[in-house]
Design a binder for this molecule. Structure first.
Ligand code: ADP
Ligand code: MG
Length: 428
């Protein structure tokens, strides 16, 4: 769907009409510098390396991957804090790099960011009212008719805070309340897209659910589109319509939520899913899938498939062929030598069908970048009982295990849930 702008709106394909924010073949690299006095560039960190994604109107795209996979870099490029090394960012089908500065600023107002850490992203010396009103200084035309003070009060109310607390300072609020302030600030100039970079990762588990519920309510009320970033698939499971999984600067799997969660085809996705807690303690867990160690450096990514150095499937397949140890035959040859591309999986009835909530828009076709994607799908991954409970296309409170994990204060976390990063609540 490259032609997003056509003169005749009726001639525009409905899928691209629906896209509010898009990146095409986006890359961002940073120089690696060495030397104490004279710094010289000794290499490049490929933080994001050829990512194409489309965000649809009123929808949530979940972006997941371990720390260092390039999620925040992608987010910064999307909201215009950083320029891409290669590729395009399109807002409403228009390439932002070819616009005038004024047009870019206006369009940029449509894409706002919610940051990970409400402790550091809010200026401690500014009152909450000043923080929320700050975007009006940059986007002067966005100052509402009723004035800033009234707008601030309305914004605080919108995110569930007391408008009378506008004069208070960030340290007078709890972590969850501070993230509400961050969301109010992001909403000040009435954006249509929020890029939420791990918005709940620094929050206590019970509060995570409240903030996610708030984001969902705001989406329904304001028709917002979200790029929702998390390192954990459990967090995104609750809110995402579509999911993209990143590893070392690349998207390795993407698709609509049921496709990715119940029918993951990339061994990396399978491994991430095996770490997602399930309420059923009797569910089978495949320990061999657990990811070990840290991802390799994006300054020197592995040859062939970037995931091959940590891939359980490659090791398993090679072992079946008699290969073992750390030698060259520890993984099948293509994994070491050929860089896999994202290939649509052509799920019967899955590709290009009506959206998950019957909105009529085409869904993100399920695709994976793995030489042995079909073997991965056939060979374990998520505990079976969990897959069975997440089938439904609707957000279903009764059948969505994420609700048990992320629910509000009134939903107790099941005691039987195994260890998980999401459930390790940070002390306040
Ligand atoms: P994530 O958000 O998925 O954890 P990041 O986008 O923060 O990943 O980082 C991706 C990679 O790019 C990491 O290896 C990180 O060290 C590197 N990186 C990010 N920002 C910079 C920068 N400003 N300068 C150099 N390297 C960077
Ligand atoms: Mg990050």
């Amino acid at each position: 769907m490259p032609e997003t702008v056509t003169t005749d709106p009726a001639a525009a394909p409905t899928t691209s009409d629906d896209v509010v924010l898009e990146v095409r073949d986006l890359a961002k690299s940073y120089p690696v510098r060495r030397g104490t006095v004279i710094k010289r560039t000794v290499g490049q960190v490929q933080a994001v390396d050829g990512v194409s994604l489309a965000l649809r109107r009123g929808r949530t795209l979940g972006l997941v991957g371990e720390s260092g996979s390039g999620k925040s870099t992608l987010a910064r490029v999307l909201v215009g804090i950083e320029k891409p090394t290669r590729g395009q960012v399109l807002v409403d089908g228009e390439d932002v790099s070819t616009m005038s500065r004024a047009a870019r600023r206006e369009l940029r107002g449509n894409v706002q960011m919610v940051f990970q850490d409400p402790y550091t992203s809010l200026n401690p010396r500014m009152s909450v009212g000043e923080i929320v009103a700050e975007p009006f200084r940059i986007h002067r035309d966005a100052v509402p008719a009723g004035g800033r003070r009234r707008a601030v009060g309305e914004l605080l109310e919108l995110v569930g805070l007391d408008p009378d607390h506008a004069h208070r300072y960030p340290h007078q609020f709890s972590g969850g309340q501070r993230q509400r302030v961050g969301i109010a600030r992001a909403l000040a100039v009435k954006p249509r897209v929020l890029v939420c970079d791990e918005p709940v990762s620094a929050l206590d588990v019970s509060v995570q659910g409240q903030v996610i519920n708030l984001l969902e309510d705001l989406q329904d009320e304001l028709g917002l589109s979200y790029l929702f970033i998390a390192h954990d698939l459990a967090v995104v499971q609750h809110i995402a319509d579509e999911v993209a999984v990143m590893y070392l600067g690349r998207v390795v799997e993407e698709g609509d939520r049921p496709g990715v969660y119940d029918d993951a085809h990339h061994p990396y996705t399978r491994a991430l899913l095996s770490a997602v807690p399930v309420p059923d303690p009797t569910a089978h867990r495949d320990d061999e899938l657990m990811l070990e160690g840290d991802p390799p450096s994006p300054a020197d990514p592995p040859s062939g498939c970037r995931f091959h150095t940590r891939c359980w499937l490659a090791r398993r397949l090679a072992a079946e062929e008699g290969g073992a140890g750390d030698g060259p035959d520890a993984v099948p040859a293509p994994c070491r030598t050929e860089d896999p591309v994202l290939v649509p999986l052509g799920r019967p009835g899955g590709v290009g069908d009506a959206g998950p909530r019957g909105g009529g828009a085409a869904t993100l076709p399920h695709a994976a970048a793995c030489h042995f994607a079909r073997e991965a799908a056939a060979l374990g991954g998520r505990p079976t009982s969990a897959a069975a409970t997440t089938d439904g296309p609707e957000r279903d409170a009764e059948h969505d295990p994420a609700d048990h994990e992320l629910g509000d204060d009134t939903a107790p976390v099941p005691e039987t849930v195994p260890d998980s990063p999401v459930l390790e609540s940070r002390e306040r």
